[in-house]
Design a protein around this ligand. Structure first.
Ligand code: 2AM
Ligand code: CA
Length: 254
């Protein structure tokens, strides 16, 4: 199953890589900070067809299409066809395809594919996490010797101040931070030890469903900013870190 989903993600990656004239194919969804391109829609349609052929009785829960069916029971695909749409539109080449397959509300398989670097992160519950087939693990560094990644949740303006406050608190305790603008990959970067920690005040399930399994299978922890389990069917805050920094959340003003 993991191999089949990975192959579908690689195929979809070709559509993302070959995209041209993206600006002319971009539309505003809710605001200038929330965009959709004709490629998001095309990649999602491709994924829906291929993934439902793989698991015909699954519900498909994607970013660009209205949900049909009850995603809380049985198999459900939770899919972001292009995570990092603003990066895609602006030519940063920092976007990925994110596919999770959950059963009865628990993610069983996760794949995050970066078509530019050809990095495929994958995990199966209780079977470990991998980057291009090689096992990956979170780092064991304390934040004082490490870096964190944050997202601004910019489409919800009320999160600007808390996001910056938490960034300042963590920056004082760390070496530096990064803001890449593609949450699914951000989680995978913690999973493979490129960074020690990630947070964002509001993300959608398709941004973190696959990445949260990848990071926990890589030995890390994933929760909301309140320290509770991540919901997989509704928007949530996200906190991800290695085990060394697990206790840090309780020390911060969130
Ligand atoms: P996207 O590019 O697929 O939209 C950047 O902070 C992260 O937030 C990206 O992973 C981005 O995913 C996500 N994001 C952008 N707009 C969002 C919205 N309206 N709701 C939730 N997440 C969003
Ligand atoms: Ca998206």
């Amino acid at each position: 199953m993991l191999y089949a989903i990975s192959e579908i993600a690689r195929e979809a990656g070709k559509i993302v890589r070959s995209a041209g004239d993206i600006a002319a194919k971009t539309h505003i969804k809710t605001s200038a900070a929330d965009l959709v391109t004709e490629y998001d829609v095309a990649v999602e349609a491709f994924l829906k067809e291929k993934l439902l052929a793989l698991v015909p009785d699954a519900v498909f829960f994607g970013e660009e299409e209205a949900l049909q069916g009850d995603p809380s029971k049985g198999w459900v695909f939770i899919v972001d066809p292009i995570d990092g749409t603003t990066n895609f539109v602006r030519g940063f080449r920092q976007s990925s395809i994110s596919i999770a397959l959950a059963r009865d509300g628990q993610v069983e398989y996760g794949v995050v594919y970066d078509p530019y670097r050809e990095e495929l992160f994958s995990a199966q519950r209780e079977a470990g996490a991998f980057l291009n087939g090689q096992p990956i693990h979170v780092s064991d560094k304390p934040l004082g010797e490490g870096i964190f990644i944050m997202g601004t949740a910019i489409y919800k303006r009320e999160y600007i101040d808390p996001s910056m406050s938490l960034t300042t608190q963590l920056l004082r305790r760390s070496c530096d931070f990064r803001r890449f603008g593609a949450a699914a990959q951000d989680l995978c970067y913690v999973a493979c030890g490129r960074a020690e920690l990630f947070f964002e005040y509001s993300l959608s399930p398709w941004d973190y469903a696959a990445g949260s399994l990848i990071v926990t299978e890589a030995g890390g922890v994933a929760s909301t900013l309140q320290g509770t389990a991540l919901p997989i069917l509704q928007r949530s805050s996200v906190w991800v870190c290695n085990k060394t920094n697990q206790g840090l959340l309780a020390e911060l003003e969130v």
